[in-house]
Design a protein. Structure first.
Length: 95
């Protein structure tokens, strides 16, 4: 078993203003590559700030879910919480 680690992808449907590519597609392509490296017994650990904001579009969540490997664990980052509070984390797509 191997553990793969990725952190701070800041997945969002709204790209940063400095990006000229399709940001969401670019991030998904990177996770597709990671998935191609992960075997059935391996795990991917996401080290926080998976999403750029607490409220993320369904399209961005669905795009990410399609490319993640089967075995994934995530640590919540400050961008994954609502106003950096633990309350309401059940509404987060990482829950």
């Amino acid at each position: 078993m191997k553990i793969f680690f990725a952190t701070d992808p800041h997945v969002t449907a709204q790209p940063p203003s400095s990006r000229i590519d399709d940001f969401l597609e670019s991030i998904c392509n990177k996770f597709s590559w990671i998935r191609s490296q992960v075997s059935e017994d391996d795990w991917l650990l996401l080290g926080g700030d998976v999403f750029n904001r607490f409220h993320v579009s369904d399209g961005a969540v669905n795009a990410l879910l399609r490319v993640l490997p089967r075995n994934v664990a995530s640590i919540f980052g400050n961008h994954d919480f609502n106003r950096r509070a633990v309350e309401g984390f059940e509404e987060n797509p990482l829950s």
